[in-house]
Design a protein. Structure first.
Length: 264
């Protein structure tokens, strides 16, 4: 395995970290996944991000995680992390041959506010104004599918809980209500969440899934009955306190993998 770190822009601390197979047969290619971690837009849990990436690596993916810009590094923050995700997709496609990646098989998996970034990106990847901002084209950045784990979706659904935090994110809250901007151009979307999430209410995930279904987007939604926020793999690898090693919830990874194999 080769570990790489790629800066995304000279005016940003954002970077893409990758974990790449280097098989003896250089003709082999693999799908790729980009993990977009959570962290309330103030940090990312890098160990958890790496654990998520390695879980997909073990399933035959070239795996990456995105360290996007945080509050305090951009003001207001959004849409910088969404732009950085676009630049990550373009970078992977540009290097798909060297990195032995199937250029038409790029998956994004976002968690918590990383799910917010991913959901917004799913709404925008085809938009000309967004691509002009990112310096990309839709052909460079279109993913095959997205996976959203306990995502933040809209400020009207209980997170963040205070106006000061929201003001650090955006000066236009309606523009970051991801459920309000879904179109038929969105790529297939898999959503999982726990009904008991005490931090980011389940209504976030439900709103996005409902909007996706209404737009005719291939959508799969799993609501597990128990479990706190931030479960990641929901197993012993990413368990961070009692009650976060939940074998039932951990099935989300198998379900997502099976769903991806069924996509055309």
């Amino acid at each position: 395995m080769k570990i790489i770190t790629q800066s995304l822009a000279s005016d940003s601390v954002a970077y893409l970290q990758g974990y790449l197979r280097q098989p003896a047969d250089t003709a082999l290619t693999y799908p790729a996944v980009i993990i977009v971690p959570g962290g309330s837009y103030t940090h990312i849990p890098e160990q958890q991000a790496e654990d998520l990436a390695m879980a997909w690596f073990s399933r035959g993916y070239q795996a990456f995680f995105l360290r996007y810009s945080f509050v305090g590094e951009k003001q207001p923050l959004l849409p910088a992390p969404v732009v950085e995700l676009a630049q990550s997709l373009a970078l992977i496609r540009q290097n798909s041959t060297a990195w032995q990646i199937q250029a038409d098989n790029l998956i994004i998996a976002g968690f918590s506010v990383g799910g917010h970034i991913t959901a917004l990106f799913n709404n925008l990847w085809h938009d000309s104004a967004f691509n002009q901002l990112a310096g990309t084209t839709p052909e460079q950045i279109k993913p095959r599918a997205v996976i959203l784990g306990y995502p933040v979706i809209t400020p009207t659904a209980g997170f963040p809980t205070d106006d000061a935090t929201l003001a650090n994110w955006t000066d236009d809250p309606q523009s970051i209500a991801a459920d309000q901007h879904v179109t038929a151009n969105n790529v297939p979307t898999f959503v999982w969440v726990t009904a008991a999430d005490p931090l980011v209410p389940v209504q976030n995930a439900l709103a996005y899934a409902q909007a996706s279904i209404a737009a005719g987007v291939d959508t799969e939604l799993h609501v597990f009955h128990q479990g706190p926020h931030g479960l990641a793999l929901a197993n012993s690898v990413t368990a961070w306190k009692p009650g976060t090693n939940l074998p039932h919830v951990a099935h989300w990874l198998d379900l997502a993998t099976e769903w991806l194999t069924e996509l055309p």
